[in-house]
Design a protein around this ligand. Structure first.
Ligand SMILES: NC(=O)c1ccc[n+]([C@@H]2O[C@H](COP(=O)([O-])OP(=O)(O)OC[C@H]3O[C@@H](n4cnc5c(N)ncnc54)[C@H](OP(=O)(O)O)[C@@H]3O)[C@@H](O)[C@H]2O)c1
Length: 297
């Protein structure tokens, strides 16, 4: 056991990918792990796995785009546990498109989940965090903030918004001893990106690895243990991220130099998307908000 024994860790997006691996890891280190997502069945699977490993976990199905559902959840957790030591916000929606063909409903939904969901959760859970010892909020950002490739306008905008939230929030909460950590992984092999990764719209230049969710969760666990404020995963990309913040045009130059015929590749992709535009917008329907009765099913 470690310093997390009996600490209450809430993991928003704990039913899949990075959140799931974080849940398993924090539970393994003694935390009381509370998982939030919409799908009850996938939540239950993670909770069962934690129980069979001897850990403590509970599932709390909710749609974090609904402020009412989030408030009810926070009240429920408050009455059961009285506090939250670590809040990891990792719910997300991913969408790539040229700006010209961007489906506004899908892009807005991504903003609802990736940014406004974080705001709802922080507002509802702050009183619980204040009641705790560790007082930690972890926001899952992305390497696509400093290193934004083409077709990432919708998703990267949500993560830029989250980045702004984190920078401001950490100054507001520091006087109370609440720590706001920001974690920015590069691509991680999870269901979030499986529809896009390695396709024309998501080309990875040399030197950008696709990470495993388990290893990513280990880095997050280490960052929370050490209270590190800004973390890029993998660590060795930290220098590239800092450079890209200072000189954004370097990102485009790197793609241009390292991916053969980069300009043509972009134009071909845009042309393809233009042709498929109507079909694409029919198949990628935005997730509407899940109702409380559906969560009970
Ligand atoms: N994978 C990557 O390449 C990558 C790279 C950088 C950063 N990140 C960030 O890391 C975090 C975790 O990503 P991941 O790849 O592990 O994603 P994932 O496997 O798709 O998991 C996303 C989680 O969010 C939940 N979720 C989605 N919409 C929700 C909603 N409206 N209400 C409540 N829960 C919701 C999902 O469960 P339900 O669908 O059942 O609700 C699921 O548990 C995200 O913030 C992502 O942006 C990922």
């Amino acid at each position: 056991m470690s310093g997390f024994t009996n600490q209450v860790a809430v993991i928003v997006g704990g039913s899949s990918g990075i959140g799931r691996e974080c849940a398993l890891l924090f539970a393994e280190h003694g935390a009381e792990t509370l998982l939030i997502a919409r799908g009850r069945e996938r939540l239950r699977e993670v909770v069962d796995e934690i129980h069979s490993n001897g850990g403590n976990a509970q599932e709390f199905p909710a749609d974090i785009t609904s402020p009412d559902q989030v408030k009810q959840l926070a009240d429920k957790i408050f009455s059961q546990f009285g506090r939250v030591d670590i809040l990891i916000y990792g719910a997300a929606s991913f969408y790539l498109s040229p700006v010209e063909m961007m489906d506004i409903d899908i892009a807005k939904h991504a903003m609802e989940v990736n940014y406004w969901g974080a705001v709802h959760v922080i507002q509802a859970f702050l009183p619980l965090i204040r009641n705790s010892q560790r007082k930690t909020i972890v926001l899952m950002s992305s390497l696509s903030v400093p290193c934004t490739p083409p077709f990432f306008a919708a998703y990267a905008a949500t993560k830029h918004a989250l980045h702004g939230l984190a920078l401001s929030l950490r100054q507001e909460l520091r006087p109370e001893g609440i720590r706001v950590q920001m974690i920015a992984p590069g691509p991680v092999e999870t269901p979030l990106i499986e529809e896009y990764i390695h396709r024309e719209m998501y080309r990875l230049p040399p030197g950008i690895p696709v990470l495993e969710p388990k290893k990513t969760a280990h880095q997050i666990f280490k960052a929370v243990s050490r209270g590190k404020q800004d973390v890029v995963i993998p660590n060795r990309m930290g220098w590239a991220a800092r450079l890209a913040y200072a000189f954004p045009s370097l990102v485009e130059s790197y793609y241009r130099l390292s991916v053969p015929d980069w300009n043509n590749a972009i134009q071909n992709e845009i042309e393809k998307q233009r042709r498929n535009h109507h079909q694409t917008s029919r198949t990628l329907q935005p997730n509407r908000m899940t109702t409380p009765s559906e969560l009970e099913e």
